[in-house]
Every structure is written in structure tokens, then in C-alpha cells.
Design a protein around this ligand. Structure first.
Ligand SMILES: Nc1ncnc2c1ncn2[C@@H]1O[C@H](COP(=O)(O)OP(=O)(O)OP(=O)(O)O)[C@@H](O)[C@H]1O
Ligand SMILES: N[C@@H](CCO)C(=O)O
Length: 324
């Protein structure tokens, strides 16, 4: 389910007419994704090169005031050689347009598929590209605060409350105090850049062992680079709902990252707490979504317990886990 708004062929033809991409040939709704409506657009091609594009209509979650940050970031990173899709600008130079009250952007299509169970070689490649992205984003002029940092996770869990959390799983209420402690102990002064913040395997397109695209930058913000590495570690290094830690995948991710950007001593020392904070970020957003989404809704709810298991795993580890 990822086409929330129906667009007629006349709507689409009119929209595509504003871009230097040739004539509209076809538009197919894309099933993956839950936040936005996405279409694969084919055109006859022209000045902008390529004839396949992703059309995204921003439906919810995103504050539209942040769109220039997200879309300019793609252009900034692509210009520096990072594998991210460029934004196609219309003939007036705008990176997004409006169809009625909804904002839409036309984005370069990049080939590749997301992997379900990444291999160490694939995790290594993702680590390298993540570090490349952090370095390339350092001089990106726009800024955006992290709305889902450790403080926010603690607040969300506290607001859900022990009683409601226990309805999801009896182990969840304990995360309220853990999140508060981690927010209070948050390491200050770690080196920052723009971070992706949500680099799960479904947000990476791969061709074999090579990364062809990082996508879905709609949580990108300024924060500690090591925190982004911790998020990616939590997202990539586990199988079976967080039950199985895949040490070879985690180690390959850290090694790939550090081939491009070596972690500073303070970052390495902070990794255990950053990894717990990363796990809590997804415990809190998943718990909140779980409570807000009726059990019979069309959208499948993501289980917060997948990340409570990761949280417990990281809490039981010392810094040695992150010495790639
Ligand atoms: N630039 C691109 N090139 C090729 N395919 C893409 C591109 N951007 C998105 N896709 C495809 O569209 C699908 C949906 O995109 P995406 O994950 O960004 O959806 P979303 O609803 O915005 O995000 P989410 O559900 O993760 O919050 C992806 O799984 C991918 O298959
Ligand atoms: N990647 C997130 C969803 C977006 O925040 C999750 O798996 O919970």
C-alpha cells in the first residue's frame, strides 16, 4: 500500500510537462513504502538524461518546510559522487511542485534491489558509502535538528506510559527508565554531519555487493556521525526479529565505514550507548505507531520488541563489540 492519492493520466501529463524529461509513457504505482505515494514514471527521455523516474507525493509524516533540506541534500550528495538519486528540477528550477495541496518531487530512478538478509560483503559496502556520505555532507549549508534523538525517544516512551506499553508487551515499560537514563548520559561533543538516521536495508538499493543507491532521506538531520553508524549497525546486524546477532555482518559494516572515515577514540567509546539509543529510537517510534494504528489497519505494524531485543543485546556488550 503506497499509493494514497489517485492521479489521472491528465494530472500526470500536465505535471511531467513542467519538466525537461520528454513525454509521459507510463506511470505505475509502487507497492513498497508506507509514508508517501510513489510511482515509477517512464518518459520518452530528453535533456535531463534517463527516462525512468520516481515520482513521490508527500502524504504525511514530513513537515513540508523541510522539503528543501531533503531534496537539496540529495543534489549536494549526488554532485559529490555519492550514490543517491538526484532531484529533477522543473523548467523554473524548482525541486518540488504542488498538485493541489500536495507537494510532489520527481527523482532520478536508480537501479538495484534491497536485500533482506545482507551478507558481510554487502554490509561492508554500506559502511563505506555511509562514511562517504557523512564526509560529503559536512559542507551542506542547510541544517535540520534531529526530532527523534535520545530526548525525544525518552519523551515518547514516557508519554505512551507503562500501562499502555504493557499492553503491547510486558517487557516494554522497563524501557521508559532506560531511555531517560540514556538521554541524561548522552555523550556531548561527538563529530557531526548530516546523518541519514534510518539506513535500514530497505533504504539501500544494491546490485550484487555494490551499493547503487541510498534512498529515503526523510529523517536526515544534523547529529553525531557515530550515532548514524550505530543506527545502521542496529538495522543491519540482526536477523529473526533481533534474536540473532550477526557478528560478521556488524564487523564488516564497521570495517567498511572505517576504511573511509576512522572513528575517533571518543566515538568508539560512545558506541555502546549510541547503539542502545539507536535501538530505543525504533522501540519508541514503533510503540507509538503500534498504539496509534488499529490492529485491523491495512498497514502492517512494526514490532517494537524487535528493537527491545537489540537494546538488551547492546546493554550486555562492552565496547569490544565495536572494535572492528
Ligand atoms: N530513486 C529511486 N530509484 C529506484 N527506486 C526507488 C527510488 N526511490 C524509491 N524507490 C522505490 O520505491 C520504494 C518506496 O520508496 P520509499 O521507501 O522511499 O517509500 P516511502 O513510503 O517514502 O518510505 P517508507 O515507507 O520507508 O517510510 C522503494 O522500496 C524502492 O523500491
Ligand atoms: N525504519 C523504521 C521505520 C521508519 O522510522 C523502522 O523499521 O521502525
Amino acid at each position: 500500500m503506497a499509493v494514497y492519492t489517485q492521479l489521472s493520466s491528465a494530472d500526470l501529463e500536465q505535471l511531467i510537462g513542467h519538466y525537461d524529461v520528454g513525454q509521459l509513457v507510463s506511470a505505475k504505482g509502487i507497492a513498497e513504502g508506507v509514508s508517501n505515494s510513489n510511482w515509477l514514471i517512464e518518459t520518452t527521455g530528453s535533456g535531463s538524461g534517463g527516462a525512468r523516474f520516481i515520482l513521490t507525493m508527500y502524504e504525511r509524516r514530513i513537515d513540508l518546510a523541510d522539503l528543501p533540506f531533503f531534496l537539496d541534500l540529495l543534489d549536494h550528495l549526488a554532485a559529490k559522487g555519492c550514490p543517491v538519486p538526484r532531484t529533477i528540477h522543473d523548467r523554473d528550477g524548482a525541486s518540488f511542485r504542488w498538485i493541489g495541496p500536495k507537494a510532489v518531487a520527481l527523482i532520478e530512478f536508480l537501479p538495484g534491489v534491497s536485500v533482506d538478509l545482507p551478507s558481510p560483503a554487502q554490509a561492508h559496502a554500506v559502511g563505506r558509502v555511509l562514511a562517504q556520505m557523512h564526509l560529503a555532507a559536512m559542507d551542506f549549508p542547510k541544517t535540520r535538528a534531529n526530532a527523534l534523538g535520545a530526548d525525544a525517544s525518552a519523551k515518547v516512551l514516557a508519554e505512551c506510559g507503562a500501562q499502555k506499553l504493557a499492553l503491547i508487551d510486558p517487557a516494554l515499560p522497563a524501557t521508559i527508565a532506560i531511555a531517560a537514563r540514556i538521554a541524561a548520559d548522552w555523550p556531548q561533543g561527538l563529530p557531526q554531519s548530516v546523518i541519514h538516521s534510518d539506513l535500514f536495508p530497505d533504504n539501500v538499493l544494491m546490485r550484487g555487493d555494490e551499493v547503487s543507491a541510498l534512498i529515503d532521506f526523510y529523517f536526515a538531520c544534523n547529529d553525531a556521525m557515530a550515532y548514524d553508524l550505530a543506527v545502521t549497525h542496529a538495522a543491519w546486524s540482526f536477523a529473526a526479529g533481533g534474536r540473532d546477532f550477526r557478528g560478521d555482518v556488524g564487523a564488516a559494516l564497521l570495517a567498511g565505514y572505517q576504511e573511509v572515515r576512522l572513528l575517533e577514540a571518543a566515538e568508539r567509546a560512545a558506541m555502546p550507548i549510541l547503539a542502545q539509543a539507536a535501538a530505543l529510537r525504533f522501540v519508541s517510534s514503533r510503540a507509538q505507531d503500534w498504539l496509534d494504528t488499529p490492529a485491523d489497519a491495512l498497514v502492517t505494524r512494526k514490532d517494537p520488541m524487535d528493537f527491545v531485543r537489540r537494546l538488551d543485546f547492546y546493554a550486555a556488550q562492552g565496547p569490544a563489540l565495536f572494535n572492528a
